[in-house]
Design a protein around this ligand. Sequence first.
Ligand SMILES: [Zn+2]
Length: 86
Amino acid sequence: MTLQELMEEADRQGYRLIKKPLRTTLLACTCGCRQRAHRYSKDTVILVCKKCGRRVTGKNEMNARVNWNKEIKRIMDEEFVRGKEQ
Ligand SMILES: [Zn+2]
């Protein structure tokens, strides 16, 4: 188990091993909105854009944040490529 996995596991179970590193800063949504609603269900965290309703899920808060940024970056890259093709 890597340190990252250990910390995620501890986080999931509600332990605080060490002071948390700076939280992953969430990128603004592709619609420009910076506010997200958090929905929690069993083993899943869902981030929902308050403006366009984009949803990104993760297995915990940290994972959802990482997935959110990945998703936004992926869409931005796609739009960038599409813009170049036109
Ligand atoms: Zn949005």
